[in-house]
Design a protein around this ligand. Structure first.
Ligand SMILES: [Zn+2]
Ligand SMILES: [Zn+2]
Length: 144
């Protein structure tokens, strides 16, 4: 199937050739709270080579000690669409709110919950970690 999405203004759109809507996770860290202006960010991990974006894209590289995150924004509305990260080559981290049919997404993991806003209630049967998730556990939660 083809999963589609777009930025707020619609100048940038994308499609992803995958079998089903991807599972998504929420990150409650302070960076995500500040960047989204919201309580948490929600993302999907998809194979970068399945993602095709059309439209005017602006790029921002965020360099930290051990990694470079390359963020892609719509050049018209500045909506953040996805990023890649040198720690996870070949994986695109897509902002879940940009998906068409986002109301059908299933959030299967929460990370950095030590920083969650107190009104956010995480279901007991959903995987969560107070800080970063161990990479293997995290990938398992998103792919099982
Ligand atoms: Zn836009
Ligand atoms: Zn975060």
């Amino acid at each position: 199937m083809t999963v589609r999405g777009k930025c707020r203004c619609g100048a940038c759109s994308y499609h992803i050739a995958i079998d089903a809507l991807p599972r998504v996770y929420a990150c409650h860290c302070h960076v995500c709270q500040r960047w989204t202006g919201s309580a948490f960010s929600v993302q999907a991990l998809v194979p970068e080579d399945r993602l095709v974006v059309t439209g005017p894209i602006s790029i921002q590289e965020v360099i930290t000690e051990d990694r470079t995150s390359t963020q892609r924004f719509c050049s018209t509305c500045y909506g953040r669409i996805y990023n890649t990260n040198t720690r996870r080559p070949g994986v695109a981290v897509v902002r879940a709110g940009t998906f068409d049919r986002s109301e059908e997404l299933d959030c299967v993991a929460h990370i950095f919950t030590a920083y969650r806003q107190r009104w956010v209630v995480i279901p007991a049967n959903v995987a969560s970690w107070p800080e970063a998730a161990p990479p293997d556990d995290f990938v398992r939660a998103l792919t099982v």
